[in-house]
Write a protein that binds this ligand. Structure first.
Ligand code: ASP
Length: 293
């Protein structure tokens, strides 16, 4: 059984195939590719984009969606996750999409289920469909010529599963990655690092801004969000008329991560990322469900 737990689960060729298929889905037409299939979503952590995106993707392919309301499920009565998984498994879903605050839960769940498990984000570990849609957006913007393009990832990189998944996937596709963060948000990885945003922007073809992951901080990590924004907010003053694209996985902290003005600028592809996310998740659901049959 194949699952999508991290971006490493798909080879480079498979990613390119997935992108080809996702490009077709950008027409937003309904299809009956997954007619008769049922997809369960179970999100133990809040989500706006990822949950609605997976459910829209499933419905556009004509699958049925069962959303398990975790606050009302027996997990909140003390049932272990694995007993919950065993119950779900007896209902024979065609796939399950899970998000959890703890790293490793989707992988453990996968070993209990008789259907593909797709990771909708686990702790600081991974968010594979986000990285796939980010790379897809970058490839569209650069007409597939992404090798040696420079991306700067700015913000709370250490606590971000989006950064972790992007670092794996984008390196594999030959992008040059520069990490821009204060020391307490910098992960221990072998990549070029700086805290000087302006100098990094001078080198960037792509800027990926990330929000501060306050829910994963033990204590406040900076003087104030205003101080943080002074050093790391992407503003018009910094990007000027530079040819660059700007990405953010959302939720955006306006005027802390990216200024209002830059968000409204045509170089900001934040809403395009959301649109692309549905197409990517359609392709991933189709691939895992039908190829595992
Ligand atoms: N939505 C993304 C995630 O679930 C990014 C974020 O929350 O900052 O990881």
């Amino acid at each position: 059984m194949r699952h999508l737990i991290t971006t490493k689960d798909f080879s480079k060729d498979e990613v390119l195939e997935l992108f080809k298929e996702a490009s077709e889905y950008l027409d937003e037409k309904p299809r009956n590719t997954l007619k008769g299939k049922s997809i369960t979503t179970i999100f133990f952590e809040n989500s706006t984009r990822t949950l609605s995106s997976f459910e829209t993707a499933a419905k556009r392919l004509d699958a049925k969606v069962l959303r398990l309301d975790v606050s009302r499920s027996s997990s909140s009565k003390g049932e272990t996750l694995f007993d919950t998984a065993a119950i779900l498994d007896t209902m024979s879903p065609s796939a399950i999409v899970v998000r959890h605050q703890h790293a490793g839960v989707p992988a453990s769940l996968a070993s209990y289920m008789h259907c593909p498990v797709l990771n909708g984000g686990d702790g600081k570990h991974a968010h594979p469909t986000q990285a796939l849609l980010d790379l897809f957006t970058i490839m569209k913007a650069f007409k597939n010529e992404v090798e040696n393009k420079t991306i700067i990832i700015v913000g709370d990189i250490k606590n971000s599963r989006v950064a972790a998944s992007n670092i794996e996937l984008l390196s594999r596709f030959g992008l040059k990655i520069i990490l821009v963060a204060p020391p307490h948000f910098m992960p221990n990885v072998k990549l070029e690092k700086t805290y000087k945003l302006k100098e990094a922007i001078d080198q960037a073809d792509i800027i990926m801004s990330l929000r501060t992951q306050t829910e994963r901080h033990q204590k406040q990590m900076y003087g104030s969000l205003k101080d943080y924004a002074n050093d790391f907010c992407i503003t018009k003053e910094l990007i000027k008329d530079k040819k660059v694209i700007i990405l953010h996985p959302g939720p955006v902290h306006r005027n802390i991560d990216i200024s209002d003005e830059v968000l409204a600028d045509p170089r900001s592809l934040v809403l395009k990322q959301v649109k692309h996310g549905v197409a990517i998740r359609m392709a991933a659901l189709r691939k895992l469900i039908l190829e595992n049959e």
